[in-house]
Ligand binder design. Structure first.
Ligand SMILES: [Fe+2]
Length: 407
């Protein structure tokens, strides 16, 4: 396999947008840079001085402590009756959906063999654990896509319980505020009113959804921690992980890129399928995988020596930002036209982007359902279903609300 391309993604400064007049040339240029970064890479690094390295460290410490607990304690936080939409999901449960999705497998086939992700065709579940912490504002209207009404799960262990809620909410709010700022910058950069996306996501089923990979068990080079996939939400945002291993594929390069995030007030943002749909494919959902690569192994060895008493767990502080489920997802005509131009340019450069994708008008909640395999649906006539987890294969139907209310 070829060496990963060492590459720094464009860094977008949210401070410029927040602190300078909206009509200033600096703000306009930064917004354009944000939109272009998403069009070209499907990802960018976001600088926001409100984001604190200390808060990120407190969050990572908490999650490392949490996932270092014995399995019987973690199991207390599982909610299988709610299809794991809240609380913990233990390892080997989530499956990369790309392994059963033909267009996605075609994306891999179009890559040079040396640039392909690690082989996911065995369709083994990812060996990562996950915790789902909902960060939502309930809609003041009756929704066609009622989600889960269950309260968030707070672990019981005394060394974790007290700091759980405050730490999750502090870091979750940091990322939510940052990503909402970026939705405004992206809208401006695309020539739209600043609130176009942010307002459409006010009642979205946002999730703080950190993952944890046990590097004692899964620390060998070329282990897949999260198989090649895109996310179903609008934008995904992460704090800096202590361990490298995230690879992304930028649309215009066909190269596997090992992501590096600078230390300090920086976050990583990736485009998801909702953003792809509403832009008519101008911004494509970014493919990514998390694996143990050479640099991950180096950091594992360094941390073993430096912090011998700390758990050897790779935490990723993923936050999934969604549009509200009832929003109409209609490709914006001016962006769909630009998407056709970009596709033609790519074609002229000899880059095969595969079959043209159509983006029919639908509700955001319907788009999410589209990616849920039928065998995981609970087909009850007249009941709607919604997928709250974003890159995994679980669905919940409206009747789950009643289960949630009864338990
Ligand atoms: Fe993902």
């Amino acid at each position: 396999m070829a060496a990963d391309l060492p590459m720094d993604l464009p860094v977008i400064d949210l401070d410029v947008f927040r602190n300078q007049p909206r009509d200033s040339p600096e703000v306009q240029a930064e917004c354009l840079k944000a939109a272009k970064a998403l069009i070209t890479y499907g990802a960018l690094v976001l600088h926001d001085s409100r984001v604190s390295e200390e808060d990120n460290a407190a969050f990572l410490d908490l999650l490392e402590d949490y996932f270092a607990q014995p399995e019987e304690d973690l199991k207390k936080d599982e909610r299988p009756e709610l299809h794991y939409q809240i609380g913990v999901t233990l390892e080997n449960t989530e499956k990369p959906k790309c392994a059963v999705d033909e267009p996605c497998l075609n994306v891999i086939n179009r890559l040079e063999p040396s640039e392909r992700p690690l082989d996911i065709t065995a369709h083994a579940p990812d060996p990562k654990c996950r915790f789902f912490w909902r960060m939502v504002e309930l809609p003041p209207y009756e929704t066609q896509f009622p989600g889960l009404n269950a309260a968030n799960v707070v672990p019981e262990a005394p060394h974790i319980a007290d700091r759980w809620g405050p730490t999750m909410n502090l870091w979750g709010d940091s990322m939510k505020n940052a990503v909402e700022g970026l939705t405004e910058m992206t809208a401006v950069g695309l020539g739209l009113p600043a609130g176009s996306f942010k307002d459409a996501g006010r009642y979205g089923p946002h999730l703080l959804a950190p993952t944890a990979s046990d590097l004692k068990k899964y620390g060998e080079k070329d282990t897949i921690l999260a198989g090649f996939h895109t996310d179903l939400n609008f934008l995904t945002i992460h704090g800096r992980s202590r361990y490298p291993g995230l690879h992304i594929w930028a649309r215009n390069t066909g190269k596997r890129i090992a992501v590096k995030i600078p230390q300090g007030n920086y976050l990583l943002v990736q485009a998801g399928k909702q953003l792809e749909h509403i832009t008519g494919g101008l911004i494509k959902a970014g493919f990514h995988e998390v694996v143990v690569n050479e640099k991950t192994v180096d950091v594992i060895e360094a941390r073993k020596a430096q912090f011998p008493d700390r758990p050897l767990v790779r935490i990723s502080s993923t936050f999934f930002w969604h549009l509200s489920s009832d929003v109409d997802l209609t490709p914006i005509p001016s962006l769909a036209e630009q998407a056709r131009q970009v596709r033609a340019e790519q074609f002229n450069l000899g880059k095969n982007e595969g079959e043209e994708v159509t983006y029919p008008t639908m509700k955001v909640g319907e788009l999410v359902q589209k990616y849920v395999p039928p065998f995981l649906f609970f087909p009850t006539p007249g009941k709607s279903c919604v997928l709250l987890k974003t890159d995994i294969l679980f669905a919940a139907c409206s009747e789950l609300r009643h289960i949630a209310l009864m338990t």
